[in-house]
Write a protein that binds this ligand. Structure first.
Ligand SMILES: Nc1nc2c(ncn2[C@@H]2O[C@H](COP(=O)(O)OP(=O)(O)OP(=O)(O)O)[C@@H](O)[C@H]2O)c(=O)[nH]1
Ligand SMILES: [Mg+2]
Length: 601
């Protein structure tokens, strides 16, 4: 029998999970040629690399002495919390990483709660002790308190703790005594995390993740809970609703380093990838052909937010995108539903528009950004939180939010959050920073980040996660400023932008094509202003036209997709194409806007 350990790496966003897994891979394969590119090999999706975050969890396996350790790297952002919850089903132990400066954050609390609830054994890693001003001992105390408050069992409270730096490639039982590698951590995993328990009986394997290959299609990933799965074996697939579909295993793979190795059978306790099962979904059980028995169905997160997705109907329709029709967008959204579990797509009265439901701004923006890279062109509306009626009371999603800010600007942050119906619950000093904890409706968080960053000169660190539904908190003020709207279609000129600089901040540079109704900037006042920036100066000779370029213009503000999502109001759309992100009014002419103004009040 092979010696196996199955662990998941969990933490708040950016506390260093992927860096740790990457470095462990390097360490355990040290005898192989290994070029270190400096980039994380595990965050291998383009968007993950660019943003430096993990979006989907990934399986790898390393060998340490005579033990095989299956490691699952998980995403830390709250929008992907459901994914962490699912992959924990494959693990017998977790390595909980906590940043030695930040300490436990909202997502630390969430993932720890889930792991403890499943009875999983934890190892705590206080990471980033190389950082200046870190406070490893204090953070250890905080983690202990957190475990205690989350109802950890005596056994779980007796967790081993390691200190170190994923980035520098070491972990040690004493943070003042750095070691040269991960031996201490790997020893702790092997001795503290139990080997998988193996129960007798026929095959049971729950699909907890999936992978996709253009050659073989969808691949089911999960842990064999009972029995043995074999290549070529006929099996039953038990769906979430209990329906049974007969199928056959075509190919089996186990995890090996960063990749996978083909095998002929996998015994209970190991994690594997199964090729050939048709039409499976996450949560389904692959079971015995004759006597299928289902494993407990996995709970899937409810969406908390929706956005209207519609075809691009701006005057620039079809100029930049490859896939632009409603058929294209509909098919793409359907395809996404196959793997994006927390996503829902609901038709609207219009055949060209759908309401897409997701777990938050990041969850939805990753989908939009991915579609854009694939050549799609579309428009999206303002994100709306999902309101529910509970016992006859109108309720809305409410989140816990922590903000760490330099003490001298904490007053400004409290004011901003309170305006948006946030309630201050905790205020503590943490080094030179002030640590604030709020309860705030999700509605209030949309659009808040930008204001907080401006108010704190970019120094604030914010994190939030869903707490639950609470009675509706009343009106929350929308965007404070109005916008500058284009009066006509044409090309912007430096001359006219320069003339209007005192009216606000521009989102467009000189020399770009714009259309009537496009949002060109933010007005300094709270109402919208229609402007014309396509006029050139009356030129008398060639020389004068050159001087147009010399006008001093403040650089245009370029919003990311997420910033746009937080910025727009109900009467506005974001136009997304492979090359551009434009903001626009839904109604492009001033007249139409007047006629339809009531719809948005
Ligand atoms: N100083 C220091 N920085 C670290 C350490 N470990 C990771 N980092 C940095 O922290 C940032 C986040 O690291 P990641 O490994 O991507 O964090 P993560 O937990 O995987 O993040 P998500 O997957 O998005 O939740 C990167 O810039 C790392 O270089 C460490 O030990 N010390
Ligand atoms: Mg990561």
């Amino acid at each position: 029998m092979q010696n196996i350990r199955n662990i998941a790496i969990i933490a708040h966003v950016d506390h260093g999970k992927t860096t740790l897994v990457d470095k462990i891979l390097h360490f355990t394969s040290q005898f192989r040629e290994n070029e270190n590119t400096g980039e994380l090999i595990l965050d291998n999706i383009d968007l993950e690399r660019e943003r430096g975050i993990t979006i989907v969890s990934k399986n790898v396996a390393v060998r340490y002495k005579d033990t095989k350790i299956n490691i699952i790297d998980t995403p830390g952002h709250a929008d992907f919390g459901g994914e962490v919850e699912r992959v924990l089903k494959m693990a017998d132990g977790v390595v909980l990483l906590v940043d030695a400066f930040e300490g436990p954050m909202p997502q630390t609390r969430f993932v720890t709660g889930k792991a403890l609830g499943l009875g999983i054994k934890p190892i705590v890693v206080v990471n980033k002790v190389d950082k200046e001003n870190c406070r490893p001992e204090e953070v250890y105390e905080q983690v202990f308190d957190l475990f205690f408050n989350l109802g950890a069992t005596e056994e779980q409270l007796d967790f081993p703790v390691l200190y170190g730096s994923s980035k520098q490639g070491w972990m040690s039982t004493d943070w003042k005594q750095p070691t040269a590698d991960f031996t201490d951590l790997l020893e702790a995993i092997v001795s503290h995390i139990p080997a998988p328990e193996i129960s007798e009986g026929t095959l049971q394997m729950q699909v907890t993740s999936l992978d996709y290959s253009t050659f073989v299609g969808r691949i089911a990933i999960g842990r064999v809970a009972r029995g043995t799965i074999k290549e070529g074996q006929p099996v039953s697939l038990v769906k979430r609703d209990g329906k049974v579909v007969k199928s056959r295993v075509k190919e089996l793979q186990i995890f090996e380093g960063l990749g996978r190795a083909k095998v002929s059978e996998v015994k209970a306790g190991d994690i594997c990838a199964v090729v050939g099962i048709e039409g499976f979904e996450i949560g389904d059980t692959i079971a015995d052909f004759e006597n299928p028995e289902q494993l407990e169905v996995i709970h899937i997160d409810e969406p908390t937010m929706n956005m209207l997705f519609t075809i691009n109907n701006s005057p620039f329709f079809g100029k930049e995108g490859k896939f632009v029709t409603s058929r294209h967008i509909y098919d793409r959204l359907q395809k996404e539903l196959e793997k994006n579990l927390a996503l829902r797509v609901v038709p609207t009265e219009s055949p060209d528009a759908w309401l897409v439901y997701g777990r938050g701004i990041l969850h939805l923006s990753v989908l939009i950004e991915t579609m854009r890279r694939e050549g799609y062109e579309l428009q999206v509306g303002q994100p709306q939180v999902i309101v529910k009626e509970i016992d006859g009371v109108k309720c809305e999603p409410v989140e816990e939010m922590v903000v760490d800010v330099p003490a001298d600007v904490s007053g400004k942050v409290i004011e901003l959050v309170t305006q948006r119906k946030g309630e201050l619950l905790v205020m503590e000093t943490k080094g030179e920073m002030q640590h604030l904890e709020f309860s705030i409706p999700s509605r209030g968080i949309i659009g808040l980040r930008n204001n907080v960053l401006t108010a704190t000169a970019g120094e604030a660190v914010m994190a939030h996660r869903l707490k639950g539904y609470e009675p509706w908190k009343g009106t929350i003020p929308g965007r404070l400023a109005g916008v500058l709207i284009s009066l006509d279609t044409g090309t912007t000129t430096a001359y006219s932008i320069d003339k209007l600089q005192d009216r606000g901040r521009f989102f467009v540079d000189p020399g770009v094509d714009i259309y009537e109704g496009q949002i060109l900037g933010e007005h300094i006042r709270d109402n919208d202003l229609t402007i014309n920036v396509t006029k050139g100066k009356q030129l008398t000779n060639m020389r004068a036209s050159g001087s147009d370029d010399n006008v001093r213009i403040a650089p245009a503000i370029k919003f990311s997709l997420e910033e746009c999502m937080e910025y727009i109001q109900a009467d506005e759309y974001i136009e997304v194409t492979p090359q551009s992100i434009r903001l626009r009014k839904i109604y492009l002419t001033e007249n139409e806007r007047k006629v339809n103004a009531k719809k948005f009040q």
